[in-house]
Design a protein around this ligand. Structure first.
Ligand code: PAF
Length: 297
């Protein structure tokens, strides 16, 4: 097992940056203790690697807060179902470490599976409420995996705050609920979705879209934005939702859900509300795209 080490690297301006890398719990603890002493606070960005500009924005937010920022890279088997894409989940450790370092990340945490899930363990975390519908129905056990790994990461790093992308809106609400219900002493902060210029939300899975699918994919975000406008202008919600679904299906999407929900609780809404959020999941070929927009009415 490789130890924690300094990763000295030279950027174009010849400045030398150094990001710590920890692969074992003792190294993580030492590194976190020393970063907390020097910076005063810690921010955590949990990731599964294959980092893109959306993850980089999370790290930048952590760094901008003045905290020493820790990013974890762990492809969490517990959040993948038996028929899901754990084996093909993209992995690029060197590229990820370079991206984290370039954003000013102080420490990368790369635990092995047996560090996160020691043999004989008997505890997982199930969140009800916001985890029950939508992704919770489409991917049974997914949020149990997310909540469990996040709770472990929070316990390991003990950050003052943790950053999550709004792209996975339901995940963000599930983690907020879990941290609040378990009285965990940290703030969960959501960061706005980073998009391609044509509106497609960045995702590690976008690389699996064919050229033809990639050309169609931005229609999901467009449908969400147009629907939010229609809801705000008073069109009946049911009509807006069924038009959007039909339009996407005509373009070749297999729509899993396209719904207006209460932002924090994910409860479905049948009429416009100040807390409305439009959420959607739709498959294009082998890729399941998720997106959401604010839809206050
Ligand atoms: O959003 C993700 O990449 C994962 O669900 C997370 C939060 C890192 C937990 O494994």
């Amino acid at each position: 097992m490789r130890p924690a080490r300094l990763l000295p690297s030279r950027c174009a301006c010849t400045m030398v940056r150094a990001m710590l890398i920890a692969r074992t719990l003792p190294h993580l603890r030492d590194a976190c203790a020393s970063l907390r002493r020097s910076a005063g606070s810690l921010a955590l960005v949990p990731t599964m690697g294959a980092l893109h500009a959306g993850h980089r924005a999370l790290v930048r937010a952590g760094v901008a807060s003045g905290a020493a920022t820790v990013a974890s890279i762990f492809v969490n088997p517990l959040q993948f179902g038996p028929s899901e894409d754990l084996a093909r989940y993209p992995r690029d450790e060197d590229g990820d470490l370079a991206a984290l370092e370039a954003e000013g990340c102080a420490l990368a945490w790369l635990p092995a599976v047996d560090v996160m899930y020691p043999a004989g363990e008997a505890t997982t975390i199930s969140v009800a409420g916001p985890a029950e519908r939508w992704e919770g129905e489409a991917r049974p056990g997914h949020f149990r995996g997310v909540a469990t790994v996040c709770a472990k990461l929070f316990g390991q790093v003990r950050p003052d705050r943790a950053y999550f992308g709004e792209k996975d809106w339901q995940q963000l609400q599930v983690v907020i609920r879990m941290a609040s219900d378990l009285l965990l002493p940290l703030d969960i902060i959501g960061i706005e979705t980073v998009r391609e210029p044509d509106g497609l939300a960045l995702s590690s899975r976008n690389r699996f879209l064919t050229a033809e699918e990639r050309a169609i994919a931005p229609a999901l975000n467009l449908a969400l934005r147009r629907s939010a406008g229609r809801i705000a202008s008073g069109e009946p919600v049911a009509q807006v939702l069924s038009n959007a679904r039909a339009g996407l299906e005509a373009k070749g999407f297999e729509v899993n859900y396209f719904a207006l929900v209460d932002g924090p609780t994910l409860a479905p809404l049948t009429s416009a509300s100040a807390s409305g959020r439009l959420i959607a999941a739709a498959r294009l070929g082998t890729v399941r795209l998720l997106d959401n927009v604010a839809a206050p009415g």
